[in-house]
Design a protein around this ligand. Structure first.
Ligand code: ZN
Length: 176
């Protein structure tokens, strides 16, 4: 995915069900390895069902509700990293005249990781590492760490898939 492919977007109704999608969605899903997100499979599904982590689901649901109640656009930066790249993204939520909310995702820029880092949402828990869905940082003993810092401290491993539980860190909660 590069910056000139344009945003992808979807529209959700009042129950946060995806009712319309657009942009280079299938290409985005393919490049993200998210084959289950292909366009024809997501229409009619609940947006929150595609989001890992209870806290992140609540956070996104609250952002959608706020956009509805205030009838105002909200723009939220977040990270959606690939194994070799930090991907700085932007999510925009805006009410549209049809009464739906249009949610678009745009890649702002990428930055290379010094080495490959793989993360996967943990389904079971176990001895999980906690990662923020929005800024991509990892919970450490003294605060939130960039993935490469967490790697230097041995909290995440290179050349392996790191099982993580997704949440929203306090700094991200407080600025949005
Ligand atoms: Zn965060």
């Amino acid at each position: 995915m590069s910056t000139n492919e344009g945003p992808i977007y979807y529209c959700v109704d009042r129950t946060d069900t995806i009712v319309e999608i657009g942009g280079s969605w299938d290409r985005f899903a393919e490049m993200s390895g998210a084959m289950d997100l292909f366009a024809h499979k997501v229409i009619g599904t609940g947006l929150l069902s595609h989001i890992s982590g209870d806290v992140t689901q609540s956070f996104v649901a609250a952002a959608l509700d706020a956009a509805r109640v205030l009838n105002a656009r909200r723009v939220m930066p977040y990270r959606c990293d690939a194994p070799r790249f930090k991907r700085f993204m932007e999510m925009k939520v805006e009410p549209v005249p049809s009464g739906l909310l249009r949610v678009s995702h745009r890649l702002i820029r990428t930055e290379r990781f010094p080495y490959e880092l793989n993360f996967k949402a943990s389904a079971t828990g176990g001895s999980p590492t906690i990662r923020c869905s929005l800024c991509g940082r990892i919970s450490g003993a003294d605060g939130w760490l960039e993935p490469e810092e967490a790697s230097l401290l041995g909290l995440v491993r290179t050349g392996d898939v790191n099982q993580v539980i997704y949440t929203v860190c306090e700094p991200c909660k407080s600025v949005r």
